[in-house]
Ligand binder design. Structure first.
Ligand code: NA7
Length: 559
């Protein structure tokens, strides 16, 4: 890959720049090439894979089943790839992504170890000027963010971390070489999906594990196991049908979505249904009844079933109580899917510290000091999550019309049209952006739908000889109102979660994804296209130039 020459005063020109080379960036690249565009993707890692490149922590695994957590755009690809387990391990997903990059010859347009740091819209020429941390200066007509929803990791600001004599890690930026915890005393801060997956695996090696928990989470067993040849063949035989069905569901995943409400059945039947789903494993549990996400009492019944399971599993009743969530509705924080999480707390060398009762005061050279004690540790694992959905965009200085920063426009929460575009930033597209189903779905399905929509939009522009696309402010306002209205009908906003931006100090409390259902969302996107891209204003670069010239002549600021 030839890099642009940083010392050159001339800028390399592309038709499209893609930020990121994970699932989203790779498929976007593939589609843009089909349109005959000159494309460059920039990727911060020294390999492709995005989230799955960085998240190498012990036990890292997807909580969507293998046969579904994969691309559907190539029938040959989905038939030829062989998954080994019900839920795929990080290493296997990364191998798959690398296979895709090779199979479709995508690497030649990807520049690795390069982070986009700035992108400024030039209204006069209707193009974006993009700068990277490697000194590349490029201009491009289209700028497409495939930067990911869970890629900006957060290490909390705890006094004294610099003084710690041991090693510390963040689950989302794990070293590439194996970290050996054998015989070590390990502290894990955080009990979200990452912590819950990592803790049992770390406990297999470590001499001592201290789990620092602020909020307990609900977790459902994965019952992970090898996939049999017959299962795979049966699934593959019906792949197109399965995919089509999944795309019409609420989360882009083939779960058993119940049509019954919690009180449609008696207590005995209800418990049987919870039990049946518990035994099947995974997030399918939260769809046991159709009112779990909207009715607090119904939610409580499902939550109590899980709390009872925790009480039955964890031998020490005090520990069981601490591990039992009672401050939020089940499912309103991302439901966790685990292997032996609760069982791990029965091990002699694993202990739980309740940070609500005894908060962390500081990190000291020897370990972690809470209100109650100092825990001596050789390593600290931060499983403390991400600045989700908007964090990866915030890290880039993006300036649209009139030099306005995206960060400023979104200072009170992100505003988008369909989660795909934002007014004032022409030709900027987001894949799984805020205001789209994104993190509430099988994200690969959501990515494919967004990439296809963007590609179709660009194809339309090619056909009509248009080169500027920007959503209308009124359409954006309407979409933002709709996203909020739909969220307010559910229990989600009642919970302080990363869906709400509540895990990042100072981040506006806004429900970030679109909770109206993936199937419904896709229909809305299709309607928009059918109505000639309702809500999107198209133009030509020449018209933009003329407008800029007129503005300049009359010294008018660009709006
Ligand atoms: P999450 O789900 O955001 O979990 C982070 C955990 O870290 C959670 O238990 C937090 O407790 C805890 N946390 C965060 N900051 C602190 C501080 N300062 N002190 C103590 N504890 C803290 O991130 P994950 O990486 O587990 O999962 C992210 C997504 O990746 C997941 O949903 C899947 O989609 C994959 P809190 O709840 O804030 O009290």
């Amino acid at each position: 890959m030839n890099r642009a020459d940083p010392s050159s005063s001339t800028y390399t020109t592309f038709d499209a720049v893609v930020v990121g080379a994970g699932f989203a960036g790779l498929y976007m690249l593939y589609r843009l090439r089909q349109l005959g565009l000159r494309v460059r993707a920039y990727e911060a890692g020294d390999g492709v894979g995005g989230t799955w490149y960085w998240n190498r922590y012990p036990g890292a695994r997807c909580d969507v089943e293998s046969m579904q957590y994969s691309y559907s755009f190539s029938e040959d690809l989905q038939r030829e790839w062989h998954w080994t387990e019900r839920y795929p391990q990080q290493e296997e997903i990364l191998r798959y992504i690398n296979h895709v990059a090779d199979r479709f010859d995508l690497r030649r347009d990807i520049q690795l170890e390069t982070r986009v740091i700035k992108a400024v819209h030039d209204e006069k020429n209707s193009q974006w000027t993009v700068l990277t941390d490697r000194g590349d200066k490029v201009v491009t007509r289209f700028l497409i963010s495939a930067a990911g929803c869970l890629s900006a990791g957060r290490v909390p600001d705890i006094t004294g971390l610099d003084s710690f004599k041991g090693k510390w890690f963040h689950t989302g930026n794990w070293p590439h070489e194996k970290v050996d915890f054998t015989g070590r005393r390990v502290g894990v801060i955080g009990t979200g999906s990452s912590g819950i997956q990592a803790i049992p695996v770390i406990a297999r090696e470590a001499a001592q594990v201290v789990v620092f928990q602020r909020t307990p989470n609900f977790s459902i067993p994965a019952w992970n196991r090898p996939l049999t040849e017959e299962e795979q063949l049966a699934w593959k035989a019906k792949y197109p049908e399965h995919r089509e069905k999944a795309r019409r569901t609420r989360s882009g995943i083939l779960y058993e979505y119940s049509q019954r409400a919690t009180n449609d059945v008696n207590e005995e039947e209800r418990q049987q249904e919870y039990e049946r789903r518990w035994k099947r494993g995974g997030a399918n549990f939260t769809h046991a009844f159709n009112d779990i996400f909207i009715n607090r009492e119904s939610n409580d019944k499902a939550a109590e079933f899980v709390r009872n399971k925790i009480r039955c599993t964890v031998k020490d009743p005090k520990v069981a109580e601490l591990l039992s969530p009672n401050d939020h509705a089940i499912g309103t924080k991302r439901i966790c899917v685990d292997t032996d999480y609760y069982e791990t707390f029965n091990l002699e060398h694993v202990s739980l510290v309740d940070l609500r009762a005894t908060p962390i005061q500081e990190i000291v050279p020897a370990g972690i000091r809470t209100d109650a004690a100092t825990y001596e540790l050789d390593a600290i694992v931060f499983a403390t999550g991400y600045d989700a959905v908007t964090g990866s965009l915030d890290r880039i200085e993006i300036r649209g019309r009139g030099g306005k920063a995206l960060k400023d426009k979104w200072s009170e929460g992100p505003r988008t049209y369909l989660g795909l575009m934002t007014a004032g930033f022409p030709n900027l597209f987001f894949i799984t952006g805020p205001g789209s189903p994104s993190v509430l779905t099988n994200v690969v399905v959501a990515i494919e739908q967004h990439v296809d929509w963007i590609s179709r939009c660009l194809q339309h522009m090619q056909a009509e000889d248009l080169d500027v696309a920007e959503p209308m402010a009124a359409a954006e306002n309407e979409w933002v109102a709709h996203v909020n209205e739909v969220a307010d009908k559910t229990l989600f906003p009642s919970t302080k979660s990363w869906y709400m931006g509540a895990n990042v100090p100072g981040k506006p409390r806004v429900f970030l994804p679109y909770v109206g259902g993936f199937g419904n969302y896709t229909s809305i996107c299709e309607e928009v296209v059918a109505e000639g891209y309702r809500g999107v204003r198209f133009g030509s670069a020449n018209a933009a130039k003329d407008r800029a010239a007129v503005d300049e002549a009359f010294s008018m600021p660009h709006r």
